[in-house]
Design a binder for this molecule. Structure first.
Ligand code: SF4
Length: 607
């Protein structure tokens, strides 16, 4: 089977058993790879009600048919698990070269089950898979552990690991590979809960594709288009700070406003002119690389990869911090400790508003000043979160849990969707994103529904609900196929932000399959139905497809999106439309008819 390694490796940490299952073509055609494969395995292996930090959860590292090939954006990999932050389905994707290495080691996916009785790391050296004691690695930063593993296993080994935050089971902990994060939903805590510090891979096999000449031509044909993504190539994702601030959708001061005068201090040009050391790209990225490696001016030893746009929003405007050095330092610490910068910034911004409103004081924070704009607080709390000490033990829980504990109206400005803090794409300025967040399998993620189409519209067009459910449906079909192939979502600037013949052609070149666009759309629908079924089996219903109170009851107060928002009635209308497009019932549950039509006859939601 071209494009696939043809094997899934299972590791049961409780028993130490390691085995391989073959990937049958019928399975590959049905679930495609990446997110599709992993969702099926998660649904089958993780029973209803399983504790995300318990032995019954699975930690799945996935690649897709495109991973490890020369296609643009084929270096990204995925982690799929049940989230300790949301208690629902979670997937999170990361760049670098790990996914290519995993595929080149001869496997499409790695499924970790159970829990080790003592710290270990997993070393995959092509066909050989072994668990290695890792007591001496426990407690190390993500950078140090990767360095140590390379010293031990060889220089050309790719690593995914958790940091101290994951070891200490912080629900906002992430996994790191190189300096790239699989940020969302507490994947690092799941790894830590299994006593698994890291997974290291050396892969030296070829990834065979169906039509190599066609792939080379496809690559060259598209290269100019990729190089044409000028802003991303020249400025990296921070170019979005200016763009989104001018659109009036930049979450500021815990989303109290969505445009910010001081944001200009966080514009990409500032980082390029004053902090940039070099740019960097993932495996097989031919865009010139969207990543900027930057250095703090006041502390020249502090170097970080990024901060990306989402980090600049979360640590910057959302916390009222425009001190670039503090953001660079916090970004670096979050990476070292393995903390998701989006959730972390969401948590700090939320506590800053609690502090502003007098709901918490220095007595609650261990004497730390939580005034908006305090960059030292950003830096200081990373250490506390990683160690689960003092106020850090509280922050580590995420906004939803903190708001429930604080009470006294805090939930009215607690910005999270099913426990996941939202990224920097406004639900009030972009109605398709509002719907997309509400129905996202992960909660507050911008990688299910995509924001691109609405950013092209003026505020009047964005204010309307008409057509927005269709945008959410179309872009989330591309996103789930992108995560299953797997290709970088920034490829949407060339291949399309909805499913197109480009995706069909790329898949054909890799696999040799003659899929139609309609069939590819059906695969997208199938994977969405399966993710939704996983969540519905956990008890998710229409009432849970909701947005933060602030997003639905307060309008954007200023800026070019002034007056925009989404009312509860509008959201309900959009939900009706979206459920209908997906074939889900009025409670948002995939109907038996829909599941059968998609070949999911064995999927039982009420089991
Ligand atoms: S665009 Fe950025 S994230 Fe995507 S593959 Fe290239 S370097 Fe990686």
């Amino acid at each position: 089977m071209k494009g696939y390694a043809g094997k899934i490796t299972y590791v049961d940490l409780s028993s130490g058993k390691i085995w391989n299952d073959a990937v049958e073509e019928a399975f590959a055609r049905k679930y495609l790879g990446g997110s599709g494969f992993a969702t099926r395995v998660l649904f089958d292996r993780v029973p209803k009600g399983a504790d995300p930090l318990g032995e019954m959860n699975a930690f799945i590292l996935c690649t897709g048919p495109v991973s490890g090939t020369l296609a643009h954006g084929s270096g990204r990999g995925g982690i799929v698990t049940k989230s300790p932050l949301t208690d629902y389905f979670m997937d999170s994707y990361f760049g670098g070269e790990f996914a290519a290495a995993l595929k080149q080691s001869g496997r499409d996916m790695l499924v970790i089950l159970g829990k080790s009785s003592s710290p270990v790391f997993l070393f995959i050296d092509n066909d050989e898979v072994k668990l290695v004691p890792a007591e001496d690695l426990w407690g190390l930063s993500t950078k140090d552990v990767q360095d140590k593993i390379r010293e031990r296993c060889g220089r050309y080994v790719s690593v995914v690991c958790c940091g101290p935050a994951g070891e200490n089971l912080a629900p906002i902990a992430c996994c790191i590979s190189g300096r790239r994060a699989a940020g969302r939903g507490g994947t690092g805590a799941v790894l830590g809960s299994k006593n698994l510090k890291a997974i290291a891979v050396r892969g030296t096999k070829d990834v065979e594709v169906a039509d190599i000449k066609g792939m080379i031509k496809f690559y060259h044909d598209k290269k100019e288009n990729f190089l044409g993504l000028k802003a991303l190539r020249e400025l990296g994702t921070p170019f979005l700070v200016k763009f989104i601030n001018e659109k009036g959708g930049l979450g500021t001061l815990n989303w109290q406003q969505e445009s910010w005068e001081k944001a200009k201090n966080l514009y990409a040009e500032e980082f390029i002119q004053k902090h940039m050391l070099r740019s960097w790209a993932c495996f097989a990225c031919n865009m010139g690389g969207c990543t900027r490696v930057v250095r703090a001016i006041s502390k020249s030893s502090t170097v970080t990869e990024g901060p990306e746009y989402e980090t600049l929003f979360a640590l910057g405007s959302n916390c009222g911090v425009d001190d670039r050095d503090k953001i660079i330092e916090t970004d670096r610490l979050c990476d070292d400790y393995g903390i998701d910068t989006i959730s972390y910034g969401g948590c700090i911004g939320f506590l800053m508003e609690c502090y502003e409103k007098g709901l918490i004081t220095k007595d609650d924070t261990g004497g730390i000043d939580f005034s908006f704009g305090n960059g030292d607080t950003l830096v200081q709390c990373t250490h506390l979160v990683a160690k689960r000490e003092g106020i850090g033990n509280f922050i580590a829980l995420g906004v939803k849990a903190m708001a429930e504990k604080i009470g006294r109206g805090a939930e009215k400005f607690a910005c999270h969707i099913r426990g996941l803090e939202p990224p920097g794409h406004s639900a009030r300025a972009l109605k398709s994103m509002a719907l997309g967040y509400a129905v996202s399998p992960r909660g507050g993620s911008h990688h299910d529904t995509r924001p691109g189409p609405e950013y092209q519209m003026d505020p009047e067009a964005r204010a309307k609900t008409e057509g927005k459910a269709q945008i959410a449906y179309n872009t989330s079909n591309w996103a789930v196929i992108g995560d299953s192939m797997i290709v970088c979502h920034f490829c949407e600037g060339v291949y399309g932000v909805t499913l197109t013949e480009n995706h069909v052609n790329l898949l054909k070149l890799v696999t040799g399959w003659d899929l139609s666009l309609k069939e590819l759309t059906e695969i997208a629908n199938r994977i969405h139905a399966l993710k939704r079924s996983f969540n519905c089996r956990e008890g998710l219903r229409r009432k849970d497809d909701r947005l933060p109170y602030r997003f639905m009851h307060e309008r954007i107060p200023s800026g070019s999106s002034k007056g925009l928002g989404i009312t509860p009635d509008e959201l309900q209308r959009l939900l009706d439309e979206y459920y209908q497009l997906r074939g889900w019932d009025s409670e948002g549950i995939p109907t038996r008819e829909t599941l059968n039509k998609l070949g999911l006859t064995d999927v039982e939601i009420n089991a």
